[in-house]
Design a protein around this ligand. Sequence first.
Ligand SMILES: [Zn+2]
Length: 230
Amino acid sequence: MFYFDPLYLMFALPGLLIGIWAQIKLSSAYGKYSQVPVESGMTGAEAAREILDRAGLNKVPVQEVPGHLTDHYDPAKRALFLSSDNFHGQTVAAVGVAAHESGHALQHQAAYGLFNFRMAIVPATQFASMAYMGVFIAGFIFRAFFAQCILIAIALFAVMTLFQLVTLPVEYDASRRAKEQLFRLGLVHEQERAGVSKVLDAAALTYVAALVSSVLQLLYLLTLARNSRR
Ligand SMILES: [Zn+2]
């Protein structure tokens, strides 16, 4: 039913490989530093609580969620969620990830421009990711409208790519804030700094990979649109 486009493989493969590489880097860094205990003996949850309280965010709860690396800050609920490993973990990785998520709460509090912009385009991004596949497939079924469908697909995919573009600086900034607080409050010691950085840098790399893969896919769509006009 579907025919396979070798051109697609050319655009999709590099993104896929970078994504796999980033996941391997993250698994290895997280795997290593989730075995290294922090000298303070603090859990991720305690470190997050400390960072939030010191910033006056006493009302932001720190809650446990199931899953592996499911940690996130929910701006709508104004709540921080840590995966069980990081919630209870007394390790460099757990404290690093918990501090990163607290970094997002600090961005929210500071009304950091890119954080707000990212939050504002979430509904548009959700709509685009739902509609995109439908429009794309419709273009192949109704060949007469192929050119129009591809143009709509490009517009939708551009919204998703913009979201990933904005995500990148937001993630790096959250890690920067995390490290600043960890060191300022003395939650990690000098010799633990490198480990925190390695885990957070590896996590950020997965967002770089997602962006690269999106940009390539957008280029593929643009190529399709150009070819369909010939
Ligand atoms: Zn983050």
